[in-house]
Design a protein around this ligand. Structure first.
Ligand SMILES: [Zn+2]
Length: 169
């Protein structure tokens, strides 16, 4: 159900539910499902499934209702997943990432960079040091960051595209 091949999704959900959690989330179908069925589907221990479900419940991604068997007294937990909340969280996450990338891009576009063997600095800083790095004892040479700028632009475009796709779903 999750686009776990998307790096942003992986990173975000990996952080809150771990690799096990991702595996579990990949195998959750639409509609209601019991924790035992999730464990079977994702080939994961029931205790791990319950741990992940609890985390998702706290993040308001998963919710449950209980059903009591009148004969045995057993209680079954039926879990379902709030796709709107997932979408909302992913959108927020994409916005945070986009903000960071755009700032980075602005910094790279506006600066002129110099590099020695140990660091990369702005022209102004390199000029102050007479283009000589005391730390690694080498010259600061001009650093062409156009590839970096291109790469950042590409990442921003991809993320924007993904965000649009998310909204359409
Ligand atoms: Zn250096």
């Amino acid at each position: 159900m999750l686009e776990t091949d998307n790096p942003l999704v992986r990173e975000y959900f990996g952080k809150i539910v771990g690799e096990d959690g991702l595996k579990i989330m990949e195998n959750i179908p639409e509609g209601e499902i019991t924790d035992e069925a999730i464990a079977k589907l994702s080939d994961t221990k029931l205790t791990s499934v319950r741990k992940v479900l609890y985390v998702l419940y706290k993040s308001r991604i998963a919710e449950y209702r209980t059903e009591r068997d009148d004969n045995t007294g057993w209680i079954t937990y039926w879990w379902s997943f709030n796709h709107n909340n997932i979408k909302k969280m992913m959108e927020e996450e994409a916005d945070i990432a986009l903000r960071g990338l755009r700032e980075e891009l602005k910094y790279e576009r506006n600066g002129e960079f110099y590099r020695c063997h140990c660091q990369r600095i702005l022209f102004e800083e390199a000029a102050e040091e007479d283009f000589w790095c005391e730390e690694c004892e080498s010259n600061f040479e001009y650093f062409d960051n156009s590839n970096l700028v291109k790469e950042l632009g590409k990442q921003i475009k991809e993320l924007e595209k993904w965000k649009k796709k998310l909204r359409r779903k």
